[in-house]
Write a protein that binds this ligand. Structure first.
Ligand code: COA
Length: 369
């Protein structure tokens, strides 16, 4: 088991799931029985939550989507108690979110509450960080639009719809690292809140959920399409990775990049935004070409986070909140996997191969164990 490409459990099938399927060779993603291309823009985030949670629970009938609005109100009522934990105002909000979600009562939290609380706490963090008072939820609004309004004070229908498409697109994605972490925690008999906190902790890392902010930093640093090849070349020569490129499973372009690019194009673009999209497309093409030269046998194409960065920027969210917004969508999948793991799984406990020092001869014969 030695070697640079070992230790990532790639190719290991550990669970059967009815929640999502990632076909990395053909670039196809199915979530709750629908191709992601057919889901985003057609199915609301709350509708998808209901479907995912019903599948996770093994139920046939999905509960009413309205539960999420009521749960946001419940989560907002917890804010005074949670606010000290949220006041980690530097960084990307993931530390604040992890600390705040850990305050939820494990005996009272259900899938709707943890999902609502992730949005309410993330939005409150954006407000607190800007020196503003958190805004109360509107239980009748769509989840995506309400999250956006609570975070930045306003949400046009077009921005709400684009963010809804984003949350749907990232809601679940097979056994990604954070979902696996949530399932491992659940497999010990632990609770939903602990599993969600583990999910946030895993999503915090730059190789999983932390790339969209750096993607925008990269676009800012590059500035114009003409500057892309030299900038990217220098980055690679310095041994650095291009953020938003490459994926553990996809060997073709991430299908979610198409969906988000389409959602972006549907937003009414100002001239400035068109320029941004043109820059991003030029950077993507250039990065793809350079990476193909360096790794002819390992396709490294744009992943979900490349266009996430542009979409979240276009709807007006600050880049510091991008990772937390990923959690706002992915928590739906974590909650469904927790239910599925409880129902069908058992304690997850893989083996390891010992390569440490051997005990001395006298210890070996001591009979102590
Ligand atoms: N930029 C430059 N080189 C990259 C790269 C990137 N974005 N992604 C992978 N590579 C290179 C690796 O350095 C490695 O090179 P080597 O063989 O010379 O050592 C080779 O491609 C294989 O990469 P590997 O580390 O096996 O890929 P992985 O499956 O472990 O990594 C990611 C997948 C997503 C972690 C990786 O592509 C990455 O770090 N991307 C940038 C971060 C990002 O966008 N994350 C969001 C993921 S949704």
């Amino acid at each position: 088991m030695h070697g640079a490409r070992q230790g990532g459990l790639e190719g290991t099938i550990f669970a059967e799931t009815s929640l999502s399927d990632v076909d990395g060779e053909n670039g196809q993603l199915i979530i709750a029985g629908h191709r992601v291309e057919a889901l985003a823009g057609q199915q609301t985030f709350e509708g998808l939550c209901a479907r995912l949670w019903a599948l996770g629970e093994g139920q046939e009938v999905a509960p009413a989507p309205a539960v999420l609005g009521a749960a946001r109100v419940r989560a907002f009522a917890l804010l005074p108690a949670v606010e000290p934990a949220l006041r980690r105002l530097d960084g990307d909000g993931m530390e604040a979110l992890r600390a705040a979600l850990a305050q939820l009562d494990a005996n009272a939290a259900d899938a709707a509450l943890v999902t609502a609380a992730t949005a309410v706490f993330a939005a409150a963090w954006v407000r607190l960080r800007a020196g503003q008072t958190p805004l109360a939820p509107d239980p009748l609004a769509g989840h995506a639009a309400d999250y956006l309004r609570m975070a930045v004070g306003h949400a046009t229908p077009a921005h709400g719809a684009a963010l809804d498409a984003y949350l749907v697109t990232v809601s679940d994605h097979g056994l990604n690292a954070s979902t696996f972490a949530a399932r491992v925690v659940t497999s010990t008999g632990s609770d939903l809140v602990s599993a969600v906190v583990a999910g946030v902790a895993a999503l915090k890392g730059p190789l999983h959920g932390g790339a969209p902010g750096p993607v925008l930093d990269m676009l800012d640093a590059i500035g114009t399409p003409a500057a892309a090849p030299a900038w990217l070349q220098a980055q690679l020569a310095a041994g650095r990775r291009i953020m938003g490129m490459g994926h553990r499973i996809y060997r073709v372009r991430d299908p979610r990049a198409f969906v988000l690019e389409r959602a972006l194009a549907q937003l009414e673009q100002t001239g400035a935004r068109d320029e941004r999209l043109a820059l991003a497309r030029a950077v993507e093409r250039s990065a793809e070409a350079l990476l193909a030269e360096r790794h002819p046998d390992r396709p490294l194409r744009a992943n979900v986070e490349f266009y996430t960065a542009l979409l979240l920027e276009a709807v007006g969210l600050p880049r510091a909140a991008f990772s937390a917004t990923f959690a706002v969508g992915r928590v739906a999948g974590w909650a469904a996997h927790v239910a599925e793991q409880r129902r069908t799984g058992r304690l997850i406990r893989p083996g390891s191969r010992y390569v440490g020092p051997a005990p001395s001869a006298e210890q070996a014969g001591s009979g102590v164990n």
